[in-house]
Write a protein that binds this ligand. Structure first.
Ligand SMILES: [Zn+2]
Length: 141
């Protein structure tokens, strides 16, 4: 009996996880604004507010990305609000000439690449924004 309950619980948690990952995506121009939450302007000029986890928020606060075409994966929490999937699942990517690019930050002194903006963890030099072909990224999944 106990075993059955355990199985049922497993099924329930699987359903819950599936619900969290409803596969919606949104494309448009990223707007990084002072004093306002980051948003994406869709092709039909609708503004959708973006939110995500801590690392995603760091990227969304990077002024260098203002005006870039982006694609976010996640789900709508309201008609004008979109919650981006966890950072490690690459919920947020750039789109350059119709091609998906990974947003990376590179330190040419240490040859270290990271995925959030800010000073290099090693030499503290400000990292350079680089959009990268996903094929160049380590395939970890
Ligand atoms: Zn460095």
């Amino acid at each position: 009996m106990r075993y059955c309950l355990w199985i049922a619980a497993l099924f329930l948690s699987a359903a819950w996880a599936a619900d969290l990952h409803s596969h919606e995506s949104i494309r448009g121009k990223l707007l990084v604004r002072d004093g306002a939450p980051p948003a994406v302007e869709t092709a039909d000029h609708k503004l959708v507010q973006l939110d995500g986890d801590e690392s995603t928020r760091k990227v969304l606060a990077d002024k260098r990305l203002n005006g870039y075409q982006m694609e976010a994966h996640g789900h709508f929490t309201a008609s004008d609000r979109f919650a981006i999937d966890p950072f490690f699942e690459r919920g947020l990517v750039a789109v350059d000439k119709g091609k998906v690019k990974i947003i990376t930050y590179y330190c040419d002194v240490c040859n270290i690449r990271t995925y959030t903006p800010g000073p290099c963890a090693c030499c503290q030099k400000e990292t350079t924004l680089e959009l990268r072909d996903p094929a160049l990224e380590p395939q970890d999944k």
